[in-house]
Design a protein around this ligand. Structure first.
Ligand SMILES: Nc1ncnc2c1ncn2[C@@H]1O[C@H](COP(=O)(O)OP(=O)(O)OP(=O)(O)O)[C@@H](O)[C@H]1O
Ligand SMILES: [Mg+2]
Length: 451
């Protein structure tokens, strides 16, 4: 008797899980490709005990997964080379209106959480000052800290007691000192060379706010000994930093732009998940290679997009079968269900006809739900023809029948990007936009044509 939906399809777990790979051993083998990126990354981290590293790429290309696997390998010392670095098990998400102080507070919270998780996993005691900071964060009431150790170095027997009010009343400078103390304890008490602290989704900051934060962090957060700051963001983040904040850019060790993995690696990625999660003798991907490669191709290499729709097709199949079963007024007996499922499966694989029809339905519902205007659809269609547009003075935006460049950018490009219909890439100060997977399919299904 199978219970979950995936068991009905012959799996213990969803093989198309879109969650990022985690900082755990069992996820290491699920990461495909990325060999050269790994060497670049480990070499950069090996070169210093502290620094700033930028990891960029389009949404869903695998940034978090790549980084988490490298973190696992470094922390456990299973990496081919590189220092022992404490993993950031909790990333610090950046939000739109963040100011430097919010980010500093959140960095402390994430850092403490990561230390706590590591200590729990390895049955270590949380270092004393770190524990105090954590209690202070939770209780949000005044507390005293010993800043002596770091300021006088080498175990310092000259204590410097500092009394702090609640977190919101604490100054930015003091927050930086707290982080310094915590990083020092990770090194001396837990035996790490450095710690990772990750600022995720840097693209959420507007350009001016990004500049302000980077300027503030440059000589404060970013210079804390034994901390590696990893900035994760959208495609082209390094060149954006270069053009807005050359002084921070100079401090960057290498940065990596993750490109899509190869088709061969995607096939391997699906195969290994199928092998790991299927039940019984022989496993195969419920969605055929042809279908998922078509998704991959249209999405510009967004693995999340591929897995997402593979998952949806599977759910849809089970829903369809259940509806047929109920329409036939049959009892919901398992044999009927399995027999009906069998009519859609060839060698345990959903037939392509069903998958294609299903994709068409799912994408039509999703796309039509956005209620785009005729003009917006026309803009998407034209971008599809041009492949890529740059909203600068040379763009023939008039070609789109739009009067001003500003209107073209704000009413169309920005809006459609926010609706996940366009992909944005940064090349220095210049942005380019192209269709995202869903728009490519919408175009193919004729949803962009006037009705
Ligand atoms: N190299 C890889 N091999 C196999 N699977 C991968 C690889 N990279 C990513 N994935 C899978 O792709 C999906 C998306 O990955 P991930 O969340 O890491 O992308 P991301 O770039 O961090 O996305 P976002 O821009 O939204 O933060 C996840 O299901 C993940 O398991
Ligand atoms: Mg991510």
């Amino acid at each position: 008797m199978s219970n979950s939906l995936w068991e009905k399809l012959g799996f213990r777990e969803n093989p198309y899980n879109t969650k990022p790979l985690n900082v755990i051993k069992s996820d290491v083998d699920l990461l495909m490709g990325r060999e050269t990126e790994q060497i670049d990354f480990l070499t950069a981290i090996e070169a210093d005990e502290q620094g700033i590293f930028v990891l960029s790429g389009v949404p869903g290309v695998g940034k978090t997964s790549f980084f988490n696997v490298q973190q696992y390998l470094l922390e456990s010392q299973e990496a081919p080379f590189g220092p022992k670095v404490l993993a950031a098990r909790k990333l610090c998400p950046i939000q739109q209106s963040d100011e430097p102080k919010n980010i500093a507070i959140r960095s402390i919270q994430s850092f403490c959480k990561s230390i706590e998780e590591y200590c729990n996993l390895t049955k270590n005691t949380i270092p004393a000052e770190t524990q105090k900071v954590q209690n202070w964060l939770y209780q949000n009431k005044p507390a005293s800290f010993n800043f002596g150790i770091t300021l006088f170095g080498h175990g310092g027997n000259i204590a410097r007691e500092v009394h702090l009010p609640s977190i919101n009343e604490t100054t930015y400078e003091t927050l930086v000192e707290l982080l310094t103390v915590i990083a020092y304890e990770v090194k001396t008490n837990l035996g790490f060379v450095s710690s990772f602290i990750v600022l995720d989704n840097m693209e959420n900051l507007h350009e001016e706010d990004l500049t302000e934060c980077l300027t503030t962090f440059r000589d404060t957060l970013f210079t804390i000994p034994n901390v590696w700051w990893v900035l994760i963001g959208q495609s082209g983040l390094p060149s954006l930093i270069q053009s807005t904040n050359p002084k921070v850019f100079q401090r960057l060790s290498t940065s990596i732009e993750l490109n899509p993995i190869s088709v061969e690696d995607l096939i391997k990625a699906v195969d290994i998940r199928v092998q790991r999660f299927h039940i019984g003798q022989q496993g195969s991907s419920p969605i055929s290679t042809e279908i998922y490669l078509k998704l991959f191709d249209s999405s510009n290499g967004e693995i999340r997009f591929v897995f997402n729709y593979c998952h949806d097709i599977c759910i849809n199949l089970v829903q369809t079968v259940r509806k047929i079963q109920s329409a036939q007024k049959k009892n919901l007996v398992e044999q009927d269900f399995e027999r009906l499922m069998g009519t859609y499966l060839v060698n345990n694989q959903i037939n392509d006809n069903f998958s294609n029809t299903c994709l068409n339905n799912i994408i039509s519902v999703e796309f039509n739900g956005l209620y785009l205007t005729r003009k917006e659809k026309m803009v998407l269609k034209r971008i599809g023809e041009l492949k890529k547009v740059k909203p600068n003075h040379y763009t023939e935006f008039k070609d789109f029948g739009i009067k001003t460049l500003q209107e073209f950018v704000s009413k169309y490009l920005v809006k459609l990007h926010q609706q996940y219909l366009l992909q944005k890439r940064q090349e220095g100060k210049i942005l380019t936009y192209e269709l995202r997977g869903i728009s490519v399919f919408a175009n193919e299904y004729g949803l962009l044509d006037e009705s």
